[in-house]
Design a protein around this ligand. Structure first.
Ligand SMILES: [Zn+2]
Length: 240
């Protein structure tokens, strides 16, 4: 088994790619074993064409990587978990692609994170299965859980400024629930009722596979404001 330590076999989800000099490409993978890594795919036409179908689809793949002295080299890939509805239905593909993009934005390279891999994998499987009426609940649960996992846990119980126990707005800039008096300092604060705070707590904690038990979500303005402040991006999801 000499040299086997140089090979890595793991499940992964393709986050993106860019061209390198000559005919090579660099693919960014979110792997179960090592988090986000970049692997080189050699451009020899035959190899690229053989690896291409699983590299270009939204799915969970199994990869074999050679970890040499320079950049890791992808030498094998196969689809491990197919998502046929994501491949066939545009809005499902759009939801899945946005989850992938958000994980790319929220992560840095080479930090092992099996929980985040599981969250993204569950998100993709739910993009495959979710009923159109529950797509907004899935979106908001995914965004909240991604941000919480990334260390951006919003306060949902008391005013972040004065600890007032009956907050009635949400300020992504200040970090969560806020009372009307304190909300004056944030022109982008979103008005939120007590039922919305209950919904936020539910979306922040429900397993994604149980998204169907959530009420269809009105939290879009809140999750968009969180993305804008925490990931510096706006990410519009398809209407379903
Ligand atoms: Zn306050």
């Amino acid at each position: 088994m000499a040299g086997m330590a140089n090979y890595l076999q793991t499940k992964a989800i393709v986050l993106g790619h860019r061209d390198l000099a000559e005919h090579d490409r660099l693919y960014t993978l979110f792997t179960e074993a090592k988090g986000k890594i970049e692997v080189r795919v050699r451009g020899a036409r035959k190899i690229l064409s053989k690896l291409q179908p699983p590299l270009s689809s939204i799915a969970v793949v199994r990869v074999l990587i050679y970890e040499g002295r320079s950049r890791p080299l992808l030498i094998g890939i196969e689809t491990a978990e197919r998502l046929p509805q994501v491949a066939a239905v545009l809005w499902r593909a759009q939801v899945a692609a946005r989850f992938i993009r958000l994980v790319d934005l929220a992560t840095r390279p080479e930090i092992h994170d099996a929980e985040l891999f599981a969250l993204l994998r569950d998100g993709l499987h739910m993009a495959e299965h979710v009923a159109p009426t529950q797509a907004s609940a899935l979106r908001d649960a995914f965004i909240l859980q991604l941000l919480i996992h990334s260390g951006y846990k919003p306060e949902l119980d008391r005013c972040v400024q004065c600890r007032n126990a009956n907050p009635n707005a949400f300020s992504a800039a200040h970090g969560g629930a806020i009372c009307s008096k304190c909300a004056v300092s944030d022109p982008n604060a979103v008005a939120v009722c007590a039922a919305d705070f209950d919904a936020l707590r539910a979306h922040a904690t429900v397993p994604l596979a149980a998204t169907s038990i959530l009420p269809s979500s009105n939290l879009g303005a809140i999750t968009q404001s969180l993305l804008r402040y925490r990931l510096e991006t706006l990410m519009w999801f398809p209407a379903t």
